[in-house]
Design a protein around this ligand. Sequence first.
Ligand SMILES: Nc1nc2c(ncn2[C@@H]2O[C@H](COP(=O)(O)OP(=O)(O)OP(=O)(O)O)[C@@H](O)[C@H]2O)c(=O)[nH]1
Ligand SMILES: [Mg+2]
Length: 396
Amino acid sequence: MSDKGSASDSSPDPRGVEGVLDAAGVSRLFDKEFTDAYQSLGCFNLAVFGKTGSGKSTLINAIFGESVAKTGIGTPVTKGLNYHKHPGGFLGIYDSEGFETGTSGNAILAGLEKIVARQSKDPMDQRIHAVWYVFRWSDRRFESAQISFVKAIQEMGLPVVMVMSQVPAHMDQGEIIIHPEATEFMAYIQSLKLTPGNAVLATNALSDSFTGTIAFGLTELIDATYEVVPEAVASALTAAQRVDVRRKKDSAAAVIKQAALVASGIGAVPIPIADAALLVPNQISMIARISAIYGLSHSRSRALSIAGGAILTGGATQAGRYAVTQALRFVPGGQLAGAAISAAVAGALTRAIGIAWARVCEFVLTLDPAEQERFLTGPQVKSEFMKYLKDNQKRD
Ligand SMILES: Nc1nc2c(ncn2[C@@H]2O[C@H](COP(=O)(O)OP(=O)(O)OP(=O)(O)O)[C@@H](O)[C@H]2O)c(=O)[nH]1
Ligand SMILES: [Mg+2]
């Protein structure tokens, strides 16, 4: 082991001469793969406008998580407009704090126009990709200054999604019932024909048990946003948003499928079980890409590397052996002694690891930021991973 370690120490490639990683090599390769995975996501930039108190910040927090508002670095870019970059690097938000239509609206528009003109020469992931215009249903009025504001933004070439906020709604026999006056107001906004599809998204970001009002419309808002953003930033949006886990699962499934194919290629020349570690570099890259899809913050990459290392090194063998033993049961004449990992087993093992890691990431999303760090650096991550891995094997 030690000779492999020194071989990898003197080489920029963390892989040792035989392609087998030691613990330090695993950790270095994780660092590299995380950086690559987050970089390849790019960055989705959203601008959010609307009168003060319309619920812009609340909506941003509900959809992208508290971390944008709390830890994102707000930089004033123009009068009344701040830019917040998510620590994960895949989300940027232009938030117009406390702005009223009228004079301050004009000042913002003038600044925005300069930004957009400048950005047209920037790479795609540095531009503004979508705008949410937020208005509160209970205002029941849409002033002419607001109409001109929305039109002016679109004339700059920015796609606008109209968002009616703080709409009271309740569930009735599995159906969302919206306040009838909000529906009426929505029809009025649609009649103004402000955007190409005239879509207005009714939302409520906070549930209220006192009035029985439910939170709703957030997934639909994300769907409407996907429709207007360039394909190139769709993965960044998938990583950034937290309300539609289905989209994350689908993207993770595509990554897992590809990694399983690569593993099958490695196993096409049967490799001895003892060398299951040959599959590890490919699995590290898969784990990094899944983590990015779930939007686990890149700033936590150290914690993620520790977690990944725990499951793939000490645990590798444990996880690997378990999965291989299970998989061999389905191979005709499969026996452990002297057996080799075939293409089918290599693919199945990698797939099982990917699915279990995606479930760990899903679990991490339910934790608050401080708990996430504790979970990822502690022993629980491995036991949770093993639990999901065994679960998979049972279900397959
Ligand atoms: N019930 C409910 N309350 C909301 C909702 N959105 C916002 N609020 C409340 O409305 C108030 C204003 O919300 P903010 O999100 O701060 O509004 P904003 O548009 O960011 O306001 P400025 O930053 O001043 O421009 C807060 O007290 C929120 O708790 C919602 O969807 N439902
Ligand atoms: Mg705000």
